[in-house]
Design a protein around this ligand. Structure first.
Ligand SMILES: Cc1ncc(COP(=O)(O)O)c(C=O)c1O
Length: 396
């Protein structure tokens, strides 16, 4: 019995690498896992008032289905956040709640992409954008982001890659996997380009409040009439990845995305609703104290500084400096390895550190790189990169 080609063709490098690591663990080896962007796996804790809010929601029996588009009070709170942070004014009908940003990516891709359509994604990019495009028969086209400028998008390259089949431009800022924080000029240039070619933009802002040197500005805040679908969620900044809650806001003053919104809404009704008690409780994350964020960003900045210095001192590796999120995307300069997949497997087997190959984020612009999270405390990051350095010194 055969699976469909579309299901066999998708992959998610971030979790695929876990399979060989599990084999080693079964043999009794301890692996330092720097592959997954889950802060709760390390010393970051969901704020107590948010955990309490979930207990309360369950206790008062808010355990039924929610509305398909999301609980109305939560959507109001989301819009208030977007108005306050980004100056975006949108109607309640323009805001939907999804099972993580992942479901927003899936349903918008499904509503927009016909076979053969092209979708522009940053290279390298978070894999869900390329994979869902492929899943619905589309063709992801990577535009270059430039390591020499801390991975800012190359707008000239983006311009060259727009064709008659292009459906939209994806922007991920702050970026996964590079940790880049985009300049206002780049964001405005991309808006202008989209306007010239009658395209809309998907702007993934899931790391918006996790920045170190500079402040995040929303793509939508620079757009007057170019439609922007803003994606955000609660997995990262609010330390709630397991709750699987995200949202999309359609910033679309001229109503050009109305049919696409309807296509998304139909899918949301089909899947019934996002988790109801978690939706109730997450209002407290939006409206309650945000003290945890200062602590989180302080730890991340310290770990970022440590790991940048450490990697740049390892012969055969070099790295740009991430300015947001919690990922670093170093270059494998050593000629000992022919491809990043071999490097990652060798490091796993010999240094017992789990990384993700850069090609998993883009075959062209991610090759000969790897992604690591700098979520663990400095002692653990030190242990991991010491082990990598020792191994590299032994074999080079
Ligand atoms: C840029 C980006 N978008 C979306 C997601 C998925 O988010 P969620 O947990 O809300 O599905 C991630 C997770 O790592 C991400 O890095």
């Amino acid at each position: 019995m055969k699976a469909t080609k579309r299901s066999m063709d998708v992959s998610y490098a971030i979790r695929d690498v876990l399979l060989p690591a599990r084999v080693l663990e079964k043999k009794g080896h301890e692996i330092i896992k720097l592959h997954i962007g889950d802060p709760n796996k390390w010393d970051f804790e969901t704020p107590k008032h948010v955990r309490d809010a979930l207990c309360r929601a369950v206790e008062i029996n808010d355990n039924g289905y929610a509305d398909s588009e999301g609980y109305v009070e939560l959507r109001r709170a989301i819009l208030e956040k977007e108005r306050h942070k980004n100056g975006i004014t949108a109607d309640i009908e323009d805001c939907i709640v999804t099972n993580g940003v992942t479901e927003a990516i899936q349903t918008v891709s499904a509503a927009v992409v016909n076979p053969g359509d092209e979708v522009l994604v940053p290279g390298p990019s978070y894999p869900s954008y390329t994979e869902f495009t492929k899943f619905f028969g589309g063709v992801p086209i990577s535009y270059r982001t430039d390591e020499a400028t801390n991975w800012q998008p190359d707008v000239d390259d983006l311009r060259k890659k727009i064709t008659k089949r292009t459906k939209y431009i994806t922007v991920i800022n702050p970026n996964n996997p590079t940790g880049s924080l985009y300049s206002d000029k780049v964001l405005k240039d991309i808006i202008d380009l989209a306007g010239e070619h009658d395209l809309f933009i998907i702007s993934d802002e899931i790391y918006d409040l996790m920045t170190f040197d500079g402040t995040h500005h929303s793509m939508a805040s620079f757009s007057n009439d170019v439609p922007v679908i803003l994606f955000n969620g609660f997995s990262k900044v609010d330390l709630l990845p397991g709750w699987r809650l995200g949202y999309a806001v359609f910033h679309d003053p001229l109503g050009r995305l109305d049919e696409i919104k309807e296509g998304v809404m139909r899918q949301l009704r089909l899947r019934i609703s996002a988790n109801n008690p978690c939706q109730m409780a997450v209002i407290d994350a939006l409206e309650g104290p945000k003290d945890h964020l200062e602590v989180t960003n302080h730890k991340l900045r310290e770990r970022r500084d440590y790991v940048v210095k450490k990697i740049n001192n390892i012969p055969g590796l070099s790295t740009a400096t991430p300015r947001g999120a919690f990922y670093i995307f170093p270059k494998i300069e050593s000629k000992k390895w022919k491809c990043d997949q071999d490097f990652v497997l060798d490091v796993l087997h010999n240094a017992h550190v789990l990384l993700v190959p850069g090609s998993g984020f883009c075959k062209e612009y991610g090759k000969m790189h790897f992604r690591a999270v700098f979520l663990p405390p400095v002692e653990i990051l030190g242990k991991a990169f010491d082990a990598i350095e020792d191994y590299m010194n032994k074999v080079v």
